[in-house]
Design a binder for this molecule. Structure first.
Ligand code: NAP
Ligand code: ZN
Length: 346
């Protein structure tokens, strides 16, 4: 079997990987039918932050079809069309019972540096009944792929903002995550939404998704621009979905006292020492805001099914065929003027 992975820092390629086999009665084997590249995959390869990714298949956004299920799997069968999330939560410990399954070391599956990811042909998925999600019939493959990471990342952050009807919201960064964040803020009851980006394609989708004012960070300090767009007042809530380390400080300057700031970006500032993979590779789940689990993912897909959320708007390029994964990854690495997000349908 083949998979697309990290060969060295900044270098990717095809890898030979073993065929997965059912291990536990609660597992399933899934044939992958589509994948999407994430900005985080690009960062992972380019930064070399986790040395142990070398030699492993990357990718953590996928859909597929169930091939085979273990004897104890109740709700999934061969042929089911499924969303294959980044990880399958483990619900048997206190972290998970406290609503933070991403803090459980037992939850990690892909995107952990020393495990193979989803840019491959077939995968073993653990704890299927609680971790895998059925795709509703009227949700397309492309839409479902956006629920692997973009939608839960954006909506977890927007949930955290706890937007009250009529509040003003700034969304700093309108790549795929920020753009879904704009639409989520709109359906959560925000009144004025001020979005910060630069490329025309992202500005167009931001408007479509409900942004009222679009600010270009090349046109001067974003703090001044956001305050001016909000009549000199600070906004109630701010979502950070892009930018450098200075942006988090800007977020504090534009958000009112008692407001809230949520960030999808993992800031590596000098004061915070991020443990390396060898010290504690689970840091990716502790630091990121990823959420998974079947109930949550199926709820997110029902937002698409009932026309509330339109994540397909962020897909700017669809490749066909497993062999085109390198092209789709390259497209996300180069990020041209018309790039938001690429997908591959096998
Ligand atoms: P992206 O495509 O790189 O988008 C970043 C956005 O920020 C773009 O709109 C970009 O504008 C804008 N930007 C760049 N520099 C800026 C600056 N100085 N000030 C203000 N805006 C600036 O990223 P993405 O895929 O949407 O992901 C957003 C972040 O979330 C990334 O850091 C990613 O690693 C992270 N992420 C986290 C999770 C998670 O927590 N689970 C999951 C996925 C992604 P341009 O148009 O000029 O590029
Ligand atoms: Zn991601």
């Amino acid at each position: 079997m083949k998979g697309f992975g990290m060969i060295d820092v900044g270098k990717t390629g095809w890898l030979d990987t073993p065929e997965p086999k059912l291990e536990k009665p609660t597992d399933a084997l899934i044939s992958i039918t589509g994948v999407a590249s994430c900005t985080s995959d690009v960062h992972l390869v380019q930064s070399g932050i986790f040395d142990s990714v070398k030699g492993h298949v990357i990718g953590h956004e996928a859909i597929g079809v169930v091939d085979e299920v273990g004897s104890e799997v109740k709700d999934f069968k061969k042929g089911d069309r499924v969303l294959v999330p980044d990880f399958s939560p483990y619900f048997g410990d206190f972290a998970s019972q406290d609503g933070m399954s991403n803090h459980s070391p037992n939850s990690s599956r892909t995107f952990s540096p020393n495990l193979d990811g989803l840019f491959t042909e077939r995968v073993l998925f653990e704890r299927v009944d609680s971790g895998l999600a059925h795709i509703p019939d009227n949700v397309t493959d492309s839409q479902a792929l956006m629920v692997a990471d973009m939608v839960p990342t954006a909506l977890t952050n927007v949930d955290f903002l706890d937007i009250k009807f009529g509040e003003t919201v700034a969304v700093i960064g309108i790549g795929p995550v920020g753009l879904v964040g704009v639409e989520a803020a709109a359906i959560s009851g925000a009144s004025k939404i001020i979005a910060v980006g630069s490329r025309p394609i992202t500005k167009t989708v931001a408007k479509q998704n409900g942004a009222n004012v679009i600010i270009d960070y090349h046109d001067g300090p974003i703090v001044d621009q956001i305050l001016s767009a909000n009549g000199g007042r600070r906004v109630d809530k701010t979502l950070v979905a892009g930018g450098n380390n200075d942006v988090i400080n800007d977020a504090f300057k534009v958000t009112r006292p008692g407001g809230k700031i949520a960030s999808a970006v993992l800031f590596v500032v000098p004061e915070i020492k991020i443990p390396t993979a060898s010290e504690d590779f689970d840091i990716d789940y502790k630091a990121l805001t990823l959420r998974s689990g079947r109930l949550y993912l199926e709820r997110l897909m029902s937002l698409i099914s009932y026309g509330r959320l339109h994540p397909e708007r962020i897909i700017t390029k669809t490749y066909h065929g497993f062999e085109s994964i390198p092209d789709a990854f390259e497209y996300m690495t180069k990020k041209g003027p018309d790039t938001i997000k690429s997908i591959v349908l096998y």
